[in-house]
Design a protein around this ligand. Sequence first.
Ligand SMILES: O=P(O)(O)OC[C@H]1O[C@H](O[C@H]2O[C@H](CO)[C@@H](O)[C@H](O)[C@H]2O)[C@H](O)[C@@H](O)[C@@H]1O
Ligand SMILES: O=c1ccn([C@@H]2O[C@H](COP(=O)(O)OP(=O)(O)O)[C@@H](O)[C@H]2O)c(=O)[nH]1
Length: 474
Amino acid sequence: MSRLVVISNRVPLPDKSGTAPAGGLAVALQSALEERGGVWMGWSGKSIPSREKPGLNIQEHGKITYALVDLSRKDVDEYYAGFANRVLWPLCHYRLDLTEYARKDMAGYFRVNRLFAHHLAPLIKPDDVIWVHDYHLIPLASELRQMGLKNRIGFFLHIPWPPADVLFTLPVHETIMRGLASYDVIGFQTAHDVENFAGCLKREGIGRELGDGLFEAYGHVFRADVFPISIDTGAFAQAAQNSQRNAMVQRMHKSLGDRDLIIGVDRLDYSKGITNRIEAFEHFITNNPASQGKVTFLQITPKSRSEVPEYEDMQRTVAELAGRVNGAISAVDWVPIRYVNRSIGRNVLAGLYRMARVGLVTPLRDGMNLVAKEYVAAQRSEDPGVLILSRFAGAARELDGALLVNPYDIEAVSNAIARALSMPLEARRERWNQMMPHLLEHDVSRWCTSFLDALAEHGETGKPRQPAGSDQAA
Ligand SMILES: O=P(O)(O)OC[C@H]1O[C@H](O[C@H]2O[C@H](CO)[C@@H](O)[C@H](O)[C@H]2O)[C@H](O)[C@@H](O)[C@@H]1O
Ligand SMILES: O=c1ccn([C@@H]2O[C@H](COP(=O)(O)OP(=O)(O)O)[C@@H](O)[C@H]2O)c(=O)[nH]1
C-alpha cells in the first residue's frame, strides 16, 4: 500500500504523551496515516521574525512523520490572515463586501505555497499518495508539478465553492482555477459546490465536463466529486453518554434546573450567523412571554482569527448584542443568554449537546458544519432534542430530519425555536431516526476511505492526459 502524505494549514500534533487531538478529522487522517505510514505537513503555528530563515521541524510519532513549517510574521500576515482569510474565506462564503484584494497578500499566498512545496518535495517517494486540504493550499499541486513530481495528488475543500459571478471578482481567479485543475481528484462538501465549480470552468471556456465526475481543463483530466465530511459518530455518541459523569456537565445541569436548554456552538466567525441567531432568540423570547424564565440559550463561541480585523470587530459586536438582549429581558433570577467566549473541550460539549432540547445551527453559509452532526450524535434515542439547521450549511443536504431554516429570516428562526420546544416526543424520535443511522453509516472514516479510493482509482497521473475523443490538449 502506498504511503499517505497529508498537507493542511493546521497540523493536529500529538501531545507530549503521544496522544492525538480528539477531532474527528484528525482521528480519521491519523488512523489512515498509521495504517499506511506517512507524513503530515503544515504550518507549525509559529511566526518568527521576518529576518530569520523559516525552518522545518520534523517529529516522528509511530509510523507518522510530522513536518512543521515555521512561517515569518510577514508570511502569516499575507498568506493566512491576508489572502486565505480576507480574500478566499469571505469570497467562498459569498461575502464580497468583506474581501480585501491586496496585491502583497496574493504574492504572499503564492510564495508560502511555494515554500511548502519546497519543503515537501524532498520528503516525497515516487509511490506516495498526496492529499492536500483546504483553501490555504490550492496552488500546492501546481507548484509540486512544476518541480517534476508525478505522484497522485488529491485536494479536499472544506469550505463552500462559489458561483462564477462571485469567483470572477477575484483578480487571480484564473491562477486559482489552474491550481485546482492540477489535482487528480478534487473533493467538495456538497453537489451544489461541484455545480458551482463546473459553472466556473464552463463560463469562460476554461474547461469542460466529461461526465461521470470527470472534467478536463488546461490539458489535464481530473475528477471533481462530492465527499461530505463527517464525524466519528459512534465515538461521539459514546462520549456524550459518558459525559454525564463529567463535573462541568453536572454543574451545568444543576444550574439549568428545569429550564429548557438551547445550544449554539461556533467559532467567532461572521459566516456562522451568530448575531442573526441572537436576534431570532430575542424575537422568540419577547413574542412568547410564557417561555420567559423557562428557557436558557447557551452560546459557546471561542475566539478565532483575531488577527483579521473583521473577526476582531465581531468580538465586540456579539458581546454587545448578547449584553443588550440580556439587559432588556433578564429577570432577577433568570438570564436568557449565557455567552461563553472561549473554547470548551469536546467531551464537555458532547454532554451539553445531550442536555439541550434544541441545537441551533444557523450559519449564513458553511462548508459542512460538524456541530450539527455532533448535536444529532449526542442525543438520547429515547428522548432526542431537535436540530434547527440553516439551509445554507452543507450539513443540510444530509440531515433531513432537522427543521431547516433560512437564517436571514429572523421570524422564521424564531418560529422554528417555538416549534422545536413544543415538538411531541414521537415527532422528535422520528426526525432523529431519519438522521442517526445515516450518520453512523457515513462517518469520518468512510469519508476518508472514499476520498482515498477515488484518488487510487483515478488513472495515470502527473502528466496531462488526453480526454477520450479529443485530439489536442489545451
Ligand atoms: O484554522 P482556523 O483558521 O482557526 O479555522 C478553523 C477551521 O475552520 C474551517 O472549517 C471548515 O471545515 C469543517 C470540516 O470540514 C467544515 O465542517 C466547516 O464548515 C468549515 O468551515 C476551515 O475550513 C479549516 O481549514 C480551519 O482549520
Ligand atoms: O468550544 C468549542 C467549539 C467548537 N469545537 C469544535 O470545533 C468544531 C467546529 O467544526 P465546524 O465544522 O462546525 O465549524 P468550523 O469551525 O470548522 O468552521 C466542532 O468539531 C466542535 O466540536 C470545540 O471543540 N470546542
